[in-house]
Structures are given as structure tokens and as C-alpha cells.
Design a binder for this molecule. Sequence first.
Ligand code: SAM
Ligand code: SF4
Length: 329
Amino acid sequence: MLIDTFGRVATDLRVSLTDRCNLRCTYCMPEEGLQWLAKPDLLTDDEIVRLIRIAVTDLGVEEVRFTGGEPLLRPGLVGIVERVAALENRPRMSLTTNGIGLERTATALRAAGLDRVNVSLDTLRPDVFRALTRRKRHEDVLRGLEAARAAGLTPVKVNSVLMPGFNDDEAPDLLAWAIAHDYELRFIEQMPLDAQHGWKREGMITAGDILASLRTRFTLTPEGQEERGSAPAERWTVDGGPHRVGVIASVTRPFCRACDRTRLTADGQVRTCLFATEETDLRSALRSDAPDAEIARIWKQAMWGKKAGSGLDDPSFLQPARPMSAIGG
Ligand code: SAM
Ligand code: SF4
């Protein structure tokens, strides 16, 4: 098992497949100038599948989420999903994506064994989308979402980040739209993980702001802690159900005590937390022909050093050197 000194067990593995992206969301990437990982430093498809196999067979991982950067940009994605689906202890598999290109790949991903997708969409307004992501791809995302649902990658979850001055007035519209299309909407508080280090706590839209805004149009009833488990999203049923809305309040209502995550970057580093400042190198072990048992030992040791919390509230908090796109969100 992957267990830490606080007794938390990691069963959910997030795998970043690339640090590259075809959008430039303001809260994630700068408009230009971000240095990409060098190709030889990236794990190969074989290396990724081997690490996932070790995680599920030797370390108790039950759920694998592919992310990035934009994971649909990884040419071998469908093959990786297929090979992970064929593992003896097949984990549940999902993908977090901006949805661009999902229209073409959703059916193949489903056939390969992917269970679900989370698609990120922050606005219903094409002009705001362009300002937030610095690209004109709103339509592609909407088509990707439709394709995901049609392919059975359900429940399709939609992740939205609200940014002051861009889309902070859109929470109720996004929820009405998500309900109409049978997507499960979750708002994510903006975290200090942007490459430009521009995050300010004072300016951010909090879970409290989001809920107040939603309550101007909807009746929200909180779901119990039991339903939540270790999920990062707190959830509310909307207007008596069955539809729900979630809020991932990593900043104002952190859920570190129930965290069940371990993370692998596209260049083969284990991170125990999004906000960790340390990483543990698995790639060197992989490339020096270490046996599975040795790789599992290094991973377990990394997990043992997991800190109690993100440290966001500590005056000495330092934003991680790598941005969200390179860590894997
Ligand atoms: N490119 C894919 C996408 O956008 O879904 C996967 C990677 S992205 C880093 C994963 C998630 O992190 C997205 O839902 C995105 O909105 C979110 N995200 C990125 N930067 C963030 C930040 N600074 N604070 C909160 N969420 C962020
Ligand atoms: Fe790309 Fe996702 Fe970051 Fe937006 S949030 S720039 S889509 S990696």
C-alpha cells in the first residue's frame, strides 16, 4: 500500500501524459515562453504502462486519471488506455481534458476501456472563452463534450474555474446549462499554480462566492460527508435533485485530511501533493533497469514523506516551481 505517516492511503493515481497544451488558460499558463519538457525526458508509453502496472498490482492503486497539459495531445493515449485496461487488477480510468479533439477520439477511448471524462469549460460565451484561454476553440470543446456523452464516457463531469472580471457572473448560467445537458458541474477554486505566479488570495472567487451566486437561482442541499468520501468536491443536490453541483475548495476548505492521491509527472517524478515542493525520481530507476520491487519501494518511501497539508495557509508557503500544466491537474 501507499501509506503516509498520517495513515492516509493513496488509491488514486493521477498521471500527467504531457506538459504541452493547445490552450493557454490565464490561471494555468503564460501566453508564451513556457519551456516544454525535452522529449527524451518524457516517459515513453511502455514506461507509463509499467509504472501503472506496478501501482495497481503492488501498491493498491484502484483509480487512474490521465491528465496534463492536454492529454489528448499524447499520440499514444488510446494504446495506453487499452494496455491499462488489460492489466490483471484493472483500475477505473478517467481523463481530464480541455475537450479539444475529443470529438474524434471519444469512441476509440471508450472502446479502449476508458470509463469517464472530466472536461474543463469555464464559460458559455465564446468571447470570454477566447479571453480566458487565449484561443478560439469554444465550439470544439462543446462538440467534444457532446461526443463524450454519446460515446458513453459518463457521467461526463465539467470543471469550471471562475476568474474575476472574466466569468465570475456565470455560475448560475453554467449550472442551468449543465443540468440541461446532463453534465455534472464542479467549480474549482483558483489555486496558486499558474506559471506566471499571478494568483492573489484577495482577488480569487471563493467557494462561498460561488454558492451565494448559485443560490440566487437554485436551492442547494448539501450531501453528507458519507457520500463525499475522499472526493475533493463537496456536493449539493440542486432543486431537490437528481442533479448535483460540486465545489472543489482547495484554498478555502482544504480536504487534505482525506486525500487519497499520488501523482506522476510526464517526466517520471512522483509528487505526493499538487503543492509539494519536492519530487521523487522514478525515471532514473526505470532507466537503470531497477526491478518492480525497487520502484515500488521508492514510491512507498515518497508517500511516507507526504506532508499533512498543502501549506497554503502557512505564511512561509512557497508556490511549487512547476506550474499546474507540468504537474498534472
Ligand atoms: N488540460 C486539461 C484540462 O484543462 O482539463 C487537463 C489539465 S488541467 C491542468 C486540469 C484541471 O486543472 C482543469 O480543470 C483546469 O481548469 C484546472 N486548473 C488549471 N490551473 C488551475 C489553477 N491555477 N487553479 C485551479 N484549477 C486549475
Ligand atoms: Fe491547458 Fe488545461 Fe492548463 Fe488550460 S488548464 S492551459 S487546457 S493544461
